[in-house]
Ligand binder design. Sequence first.
Ligand code: OGA
Ligand code: NI
Length: 367
Amino acid sequence: MIYGSQFNTYDRNIDLKAFDESKTGVKGLVDAGTEKLPSIFVRPQEDLSKEFETCKEDLAIPVIDLAHVRQRDSQGEEIIRRIIWASEKWGFFQLVNHGIPLEVLDKVIEGVRMFHEQDGEVKKEYYSRDPKKHVWFTSNRDLYHSKAANWRDTLYVNSGSISEPDPAHELLPPICREVILAYMNHVIKHGGLLLEQLSVGLGLEPDHLVEMCRTKAWNLSGHYYPACPEPDLTLGTSKHSDPSFLTILLQDQIGGLQVLHQNQWVNVKPVPGALIVNIGDILQIVSNDKLQSVYHRVIPKKVGPRISIATFLTGPVSSPKMYGPIKELVSEENPPIYKEFTLQEFFEQFFTRPLDQPVIQYFRQTI
Ligand code: OGA
Ligand code: NI
């Protein structure tokens, strides 16, 4: 081999497989007293030198106060204008005064923490790499495709079944079932409201985006980022954009989420009781690039664990319906930038590539 010495023949796959087969994720490594970051998590040198230095400390994502939106008054219109502005310029904003009781938020964070901190043997029952499951737990969905693994474990929930009652509800781990369902009950309503506001802001009928997205379908990721012994060498979540119409994220008070804005990373500071909203790839496509699905990532920390809960409004993933730029939003001067596709095609692309390779490019028109 050109690279010469026997010392370079480290077989990463053996380590990946051993980590996967432990079924205890990153939390398992921490519990075993790991003090040095295992090689599978270490980012390649060229990535480390390229990105770490550019965090912009004096910028923050927009905060939108929903206190008055339910009254259809001028402030409601002002909020819609701000939501559109934030979605165009940042792709991200924090929502405050959204009306979800603080207790519901605290309890769901605590429920996800308890899931990850319960007895390893119980958790192993949920361990899987099958994205078609309704409920599963894993570490690094893209473990075998990515250059470096992330310092994170995740509980995944896929709802959106046509059948009633939704089988995902029954399959939820008892330790966090009630709190997740209570939280989702609120979040789904907010997702619908946001899609309505975005529709109005884009000049469409109020139910246009709700009809496209059918908010009954939801996917939830309950992330657990353990304290990291060498945070400068790895990431909690690699840079990515979300495969959704809209994502609603709840984070605890530790911090670590960063958003790429004008080529610089900006910290998303925890605001007690706030929900973070971001535009996903599908909304960027159907709005013909008016709304922005931007890169974000999570920096690991020496302190932890950090818990965050992402809810992805993904639309009816198995429907044969075609999606592409909305007719009302394109014109001769502003022709469609993307091809039409089914959501099934979209997610096939998403699940077969590493998190940090953007799926949106695949659907651009080739001229
Ligand atoms: C995600 C995500 C950020 C976070 O799940 O897509 O970006 O703070 N999560 O965990
Ligand atoms: Ni994301």
